[in-house]
Design a protein around this ligand. Structure first.
Ligand code: NDP
Length: 452
């Protein structure tokens, strides 16, 4: 194809929507990447000729399966499970498993697509995948969760392996669920391999895996601020979510001298003008992980704080923000409010928490804005290190892993700066930088393989 015959961006996106009907999240994720890649590959004929972006936006395979289980009352329940294997050009498929009633094929395809770029950015040899089920772990007993996880693995085990596809946790899947799934995998295959990451420390897990995503998102924020000779110390911060990513981001913000004002869950957000200190964060971790309670309970424990039912925290004025709950939780209007309130830096702990309109608001305002595929890559990075430790039958010490995590986040930041420069702007376009750096690595590997 001659360069002049290339389809334009709008035609490309229309094709993605046509081929993936009813999958808006997937089309949104592809569009966010394509906006930058079209510009980058304009004069690079080989990427056009070999249809690289079109191929990355078509998963290698999507596996969908029935998951039956029995609840505690003896009722038979039926859920749908998936594994999306997006691209394994640079390593085995790698990406989390999500259990949440909102899980659909579209959500998992967007996550697997994003994961492909994120994993490339880490510099570790990992391809992109994602999986999950429309199962709601909330309100379920331990035994119900165990039976569900076992049934889910009864099908999934055929499609994964230490050199094939290595799942991890995500929303609704933490240490407990990984334990049940790993136990069932081992039982079915009679094999101990590093087939899942996020494992318990007693059976091959890596130190700091639990903390890595939240800590990494804060390190990325610190790296962005450093380019403006600024830092986190003394700044106010709004955070959404109260799960793994949100609580560890809050912990690290406290350690670096920032003041966390909010946390949230799917029912609303809490605002604590006195600041959510490390001690209070520990209370939230206990509430969420052990008692499996709701964030609204915070106000009973800590007087002076407020609960805002059914709302997100973006109206609370703060200098920094870490959206760390779920996709599309921060809209264009939210972004405009934040910019008007003096927000100078946003680091996405969650995957695609900002709508496309919101992303454009942040970009136009030229604030420091880190997309999830760069900012939240700390978790999968330590997962990659967990895979290495399992293969080598070793376990690294915490200090070594902390150093590696900080190094990897600094490397991702440097890649974004390399490819995200904007003429006439003092601020790096981190979205563009992350998209191009991630794309280039995967694309060049694909070129080496020819048409497969
Ligand atoms: P958790 O399950 O530990 O926590 C999720 C949090 O987000 C909970 O507070 C939950 O509230 C809230 N939440 C979930 N769905 C919604 C919704 N539809 N509306 C409002 N709030 C919601 O998950 P994680 O902390 O692990 O994941 C959070 C985000 O970070 C996700 O986007 C995930 O993909 C991303 N991520 C996670 C990584 C990890 O290592 N865990 C790695 C990289 C990215 P509630 O309890 O009410 O459901």
């Amino acid at each position: 194809m001659a360069v002049s015959d290339h389809v334009d961006l709008a035609t490309f996106i229309e094709g993605v929507r046509r081929r993936n009907p009813g999958q808006p999240e997937f089309a949104q994720a592809v569009q966010e990447v394509a906006e930058d890649i079209f510009d980058f590959i304009q004069d690079k004929e080989q990427y056009h000729k070999y249809q690289i972006l079109r191929r990355i936006a078509e998963p290698d395979r999507v596996i969908s399966f029935r998951v039956c289980w029995e609840d505690d009352k003896g009722n038979v329940r039926v859920q749908r499970g998936w594994r999306v294997q997006n691209n394994n050009a640079i390593g085995p498929y790698k990406g989390g498993i999500r259990f949440h009633p909102s899980v659909t094929e579209s959500v998992l395809k967007f996550l697997a697509f994003e994961q492909t770029f994120k994993n490339a950015l880490t510099g570790l040899p990992m391809g992109g995948g994602k999986g999950g089920a429309n199962f709601n772990p909330k309100g379920k007993s331990d035994n119900e969760v165990m039976r569900f996880c076992q049934s889910f693995m009864n099908e999934l085990y055929r499609h994964i392996g230490a050199d094939v596809d290595v799942p991890a946790g995500d929303i609704g899947v933490g240490g407990r669920e990984i334990g049940y799934m790993f136990g069932q995998y081992k039982r079915l295959t009679n094999e101990w391999t590093g087939v899942l990451t996020g494992k318990g420390l007693e059976y091959g897990g890596s130190l700091i895996r639990t903390e890595a995503t939240g800590y990494g998102a804060v390190y990325f924020l610190r790296n962005m601020l450093a380019t403006q000779k600024d830092g986190i110390d003394g700044k106010t911060v709004v955070i959404s979510g109260s799960g793994n990513v949100a609580t560890h981001a809050a912990e690290k913000i406290n350690q670096l001298g920032g003041k966390v004002l909010t946390l949230s869950d799917s029912e609303g957000f809490i605002y604590d003008p006195a600041g959510i200190s490390e001690e209070k964060v520990n209370w939230v971790k206990d509430l969420k992980n052990k008692r499996r309670g709701r964030i609204s309970e915070y106000t009973k424990e800590f007087p002076g704080s407020e609960f805002h039912s059914g709302k997100t925290p973006w109206g609370v004025p703060a200098q920094l923000a870490l959206p760390s709950a779920t996709q599309n939780e921060l809209t264009g209007d939210d972004a405009r409010t934040m910019v008007a309130n003096g927000c100078i830096g946003v680091s996405e702990g969650a995957n695609m928490p900002t709508t496309l309109e919101g992303v454009h608001v942040f970009k136009d305002a030229q604030i420091l804005f880190a997309p999830g595929k760069a900012a939240n890559a700390g978790g999968v990075s330590v997962s990659g290190l967990e895979m290495s430790q399992n293969s080598a039958r070793i376990s690294w010490k915490e200090a070594e892993l902390q150093r590696l995590l900080e190094d990897i986040m600094a490397g991702i930041h440097a890649s974004c700066v390399e490819y995200g420069g904007r003429p006439g702007s003092k601020v790096t376009d981190y979205v563009r930088g992350a998209n191009i750096a991630g794309f280039k690595k995967v694309a060049d590997a694909m070129l080496a393989f020819g048409v497969v």
